[in-house]
Design a protein. Structure first.
Length: 318
């Protein structure tokens, strides 16, 4: 089997790996398309000590589904957290925080940058025929963008700032803009700005943001400087949503967070059903974010391309 292999923060394309074995409740999936996200890039940088096949954004076909005949041959997307079902988090509907979870292509489970991979049948969502592969491959990051609005209420009167207009920031902007709030996005690159402006979303230069004026700031930059900009922009008793992962540590002035009564929220995985509905109803346009599609045999070059400044979405095909 062909796959992209990560070990000791080094990538290698291999064609000698065995087919994955099916565990209890698992199905075998052949990807059609997969997406490279910032977490994949940060794994290479050492964000998390992972050895194996990375990748977690996909649309693919179920090719073996023992015990689940209705899934065989179906086109699917899948939730990335594989849970135990028994711990306190699972029992209280917090499965994405399962004490014993593995995470597709991130922690304890090989991912989708391969000819085949496995997921539990219960993690899968069948893709409606009206949704293209190029749209469906964005389901996981779009769900992550929607998680913000699962965690906090955004009203039309709120002043909301998004820092970062890359692969995730664009989806966060598209979803939050549906609320008709006072939304602005800091975007560094012309391509990013154009995508936002084409959807009627206001773009700001970072040095034009008045300190302490934003009700909600979403940081998608994955950098300490992004968090510092968020801290400067948010008002007293405002909210900062951290919507990114990055290697390294973050130094913060905890006293200022206390004095200004800032709410700090981490945000990760989100709801797949609503994400698919947004795509089906054409309320978001993820396809416009695609810059280039590489063959799996060129996956190392694809990772390099995705890591270039200003590049938005790179896909792999099989």
């Amino acid at each position: 089997m062909r796959a992209l292999w990560l070990e000791n923060q080094q990538l290698q394309f291999r064609d000698d790996l065995p087919l994955p074995e099916l565990g209890s409740g698992d199905v075998l999936i052949r990807p059609r398309l997969s997406g490279i996200c910032s977490t994949d890039l940060e794994l290479v940088n050492g964000y998390y000590p992972f050895t194996g096949i990375p990748g977690h954004e996909f649309v693919g076909d179920v090719i073996e589904a023992p015990g689940f005949p209705d899934l065989e041959g179906k086109r699917v997307v899948g939730e990335i957290n594989i849970t135990c079902g028994n711990c306190i988090h699972c029992q209280q509907d917090r499965g994405s925080h399962c004490v014993h979870r593995t995470v597709l292509g991130i922690s304890g489970r090989n991912g989708v940058f391969a000819d085949n991979f496995t997921l539990p049948a219960e993690n899968l969502h069948i893709v409606p025929d009206s949704i293209s592969d190029e749209q469906a491959v964005f389901t996981e990051p779009l769900a992550a963008a929607l998680e913000i609005q699962e965690q906090i209420n955004i009203s039309p009167t709120d002043k909301v700032l998004i820092l970062g207009a890359g692969r995730l920031g664009q989806l966060v902007a598209q979803t939050i803009s549906l609320n008709d709030c006072d939304l602005a996005v800091v975007a560094r690159y012309p391509k990013q700005r154009k995508l936002l402006e084409d959807r009627g979303i206001k773009v700001l230069e970072e040095n034009n943001i008045a300190p302490g004026t934003m009700d909600i700031v979403v940081d998608t930059t994955g950098s300490p400087s992004g968090f510092e900009a968020a801290r400067t922009a948010v008002r007293s008793r405002g909210t900062i949503v951290m919507k990114s992962t990055y290697a390294g540590t973050l130094e913060i002035n905890a006293s200022s967070l206390v004095v200004d009564e800032i709410t700090l929220i981490g945000s990760r995985c989100g709801p797949f059903g609503p994400a698919l509905n947004l795509i089906k109803d054409q309320l978001v346009d993820p396809v416009s974010l695609i810059e280039e599609t590489f063959q799996i045999t060129d996956s190392i070059a694809a990772i390099d391309k995705a890591g270039e400044r200003g590049v938005i979405k790179i896909l792999l095909t099989y």
